[in-house]
Ligand binder design. Sequence first.
Ligand code: MTE
Ligand code: MO
Length: 259
Amino acid sequence: MSDLVLPRRELILRAGGLVAAAGALPLLSGCDAINGVEPVRKILSLGEEMHFASQRALTNRDALAREFTRADLSPVFRSNGTRMPAGADYAVHARRGFADWRVAVRGLVARPLSLSMADIRAMPQRTQITRHDCVEGWSAIGEWIGVPLRSVLAAAGLRDSARYIVFRCADRIGDADYYESCDRVDALHPQTILAWALNGEVLPIANGAPLRLRIERQLGYKHAKYLTAIEAVDSLDQVGAGKGGYWEDRVDYEWYAGI
Ligand SMILES: Nc1nc2c(c(=O)[nH]1)N[C@H]1C(S)=C(S)[C@@H](COP(=O)(O)O)O[C@H]1N2
Ligand SMILES: [Mo]
């Protein structure tokens, strides 16, 4: 697959979805199919996604991270940081296969959402084989499946006033919950996905079950695991100590960890 033509191809497929919603022949296929969302919402989010796409055309941060093939997969995708969130609540969710897990989408959005894992899997999906780079000096290549964050933000009606997206997590390290954030450009990047599968299997607990961020143009610590909420905000001042992430607030990790 050629990386560079993908965003356009995706838009064309989405346009196909619009035609299908209007009653013409269904043109959807494979993992790009839009399903599980009512037609009006579909048309609405198509408009919003095209709006996002035109905003993105003005930036030079559109480039895609390199994608690999299955032959490149690491034999083991190791885990780092939290491997199992503490507490009874998470353990109960895990025992139930995360059937009742909910991810809130809130803040500067027109339609706040509370998404189940079934809702998330019913949205358009993207599969990508990418390399994860941790600042601690290791890398691993894995295949991820998830919903593009921009589709979720479109469904929620991201407001123009939203400048950053904050990710809330179920685990604590020491005295605080883990959290991260990114700007609109990375939030709307086509490879920024909320992933629920790794290497063809449901995401393991050690890697962030049931849902974790993949933000492929940035370093490992930005890829928040165990997601509980996604918040659209206009400033990071009120988030943690104001630097936008757990490690940014505690050690000297950069907020923009571009690679
Ligand atoms: N919620 C949460 N997200 C997290 C972490 C964590 O401890 N908790 N560790 C980060 C770091 S430093 C890395 S390198 C990756 C590790 O992801 P993995 O466990 O799937 O290898 O998750 C990142 N996201
Ligand atoms: Mo890391």
